[in-house]
Design a protein around this ligand. Structure first.
Ligand SMILES: NC(=O)c1ccc[n+]([C@@H]2O[C@H](COP(=O)([O-])OP(=O)(O)OC[C@H]3O[C@@H](n4cnc5c(N)ncnc54)[C@H](O)[C@@H]3O)[C@@H](O)[C@H]2O)c1
Length: 394
């Protein structure tokens, strides 16, 4: 299936079948589904639900023709039926299952029959990608979004930790689900594939949280051109790529559902608001990120896609600072960066004292800012500080 069909047809189907609530959808191109011609061929397959409602679309490879045909057929469908089709067969391409929740999609495609717990969370049923979602801020954000009902795509370079996180979340057996996709956010093809995988698995995209980031501190004498480029590729270009491929799907959704808002959210930093001594490669990329946010916001608001950055203060409890081997506290203690510090707790106390709130930023602080921007319909292009008062806007 070509990428045009994925980024155009599946999100269009999701919105066109969303009458009373926004649905989720899953694409399946097992050979027996690609070869199916009609209702009888499908019902013969063991995993297809027997008393299901199926809509069939004739073979064509042009996304616009498929959508035009579907619009006519779905409009006639809803004239006579209250419920959406369970399956749409795109002849020669595959099947799209449509349901109210991810666990129901599993039932429609024969992959599980677990008992699931329904809930009514703050982001219930939304489809949200969190890049760098395997650990740190991203891991915590993914966990809290899942707890509030979102279908979360944990997209990370680190497959092992990312898959563990997905298994831990899905063990809660909620109707929403987590899903892992391996990605390198610095690589265009990889980010395009991440968005395509999300659409195939859940049917669309409601928010992308561009969180993956790296930090290699160093002054001008120490910073190599290679390290500078690597940081810029991940922290700056990675955000552009997420916005580019994510917004393509969101635009399609906005076209087929006139009151629907979606979000692109960058996890920036207080270093995107104020220079950072001997840490310019990081601060420069983060400052640039705010320029992207403001510019994307202008371009995308006509499609009801809001674009905002969130600028957290230091996450002292996360691995970047607290890792016992390579965390910044250990590094700063060894380097004697904090005068008079004898133990890690002295280094920590030194940094905590710089925050009016007296502590580091936590995931709960960041998620509150995420909910703020997602729940708004009248805010875009902002850089929201979450710094305990350490950085204040002018
Ligand atoms: N930790 C802090 O104090 C702090 C403060 C403010 C802002 N931030 C920002 O929060 C975000 C997360 O930081 P963190 O401290 O939680 O980081 P972390 O190092 O704990 O986690 C980052 C995650 O991103 C993944 N990752 C790294 N490069 C990637 C790539 N190219 N493609 C895909 N995934 C990749 C890693 O595998 C890891 O799982 C970053 O954007 C960072 O700039 C962090």
């Amino acid at each position: 299936m070509n990428s045009q069909i994925i980024s155009r047809v599946i999100p269009a189907i999701r919105m066109l079948t969303s009458q009373h609530q926004v649905m989720v959808a899953r694409f399946d191109d097992r050979s027996e589904l690609v070869n199916a011609e009609n209702h009888t061929d499908l019902i013969k397959l063991e995993f297809i639900k027997k008393e299901s409602e199926i809509l069939i679309v004739d073979e064509t490879s042009e996304p616009e023709e498929i959508i035009d045909d579907l619009q006519v057929k779905l409009s006639a469908w809803f004239d006579s039926k209250a419920k959406q089709p369970d399956y749409i067969l795109l002849k020669g391409i595959g099947i799209i299952a449509i349901a109210q929740s991810a666990s129901e999609l599993d039932l429609l495609l024969g992959s599980s029959n677990q008992n699931t717990k329904a809930q009514n969370g703050r982001v219930q049923n939304k489809i949200i990608i969190v890049t760098g979602g395997a650990q740190g801020f991203g891991g915590g954000i993914a966990e809290l979004l899942y707890a509030q009902g979102a279908n979360v795509v944990i997209a990370d370079l680190n497959q092992e930790t990312g898959e563990q996180m997905v298994a831990t979340l899905n063990a809660h057996n909620q109707t929403n689900q987590a899903y892992f996709v391996k990605v390198n956010v610095a690589n265009a093809e990889s980010v395009e594939a991440m968005v395509a995988e999300t659409v195939k698995h859940f049917g669309g995209l409601d928010a992308i949280i561009s969180n993956a980031g790296i930090l290699r501190a160093g002054g001008l004498d120490e910073m190599s051109a290679e390290t500078f480029s690597l940081m810029t590729d991940v922290n700056y270009t990675g955000y552009f790529l997420c916005a580019k491929y994510g917004s393509a799907v969101m635009k399609t959704q906005s076209h087929y559902k006139s009151d629907y808002f979606t979000d692109i959210i960058q996890i920036n930093s207080k270093s995107g608001l104020k220079g950072s001594n001997r840490n310019f490669a990081y601060a420069g990329g983060k400052f640039g990120g705010i320029g992207l946010t403001q510019s994307f916001a202008m371009e995308l608001m006509p499609y009801r896609i809001k674009v905002n950055s969130i600028c957290p203060g230091n996450f002292f409890e996360g691995p970047l600072w607290s890792d016992p081997q390579k965390g910044l506290f250990v590094q700063y203690l060894k380097a004697g960066k904090v005068p008079g510090a004898k133990e890690i707790k002295d280094v920590k106390a030194f940094y905590e004292a710089q925050v009016p709130a007296g502590r580091g930023c936590r995931v709960i602080d960041v998620i509150r800012a995420i909910f703020y921007v997602m729940e708004q319909e009248y805010e875009t292009g902002q850089a929201v500080p979450v710094t305990g008062g350490q950085n204040m806007l002018n």
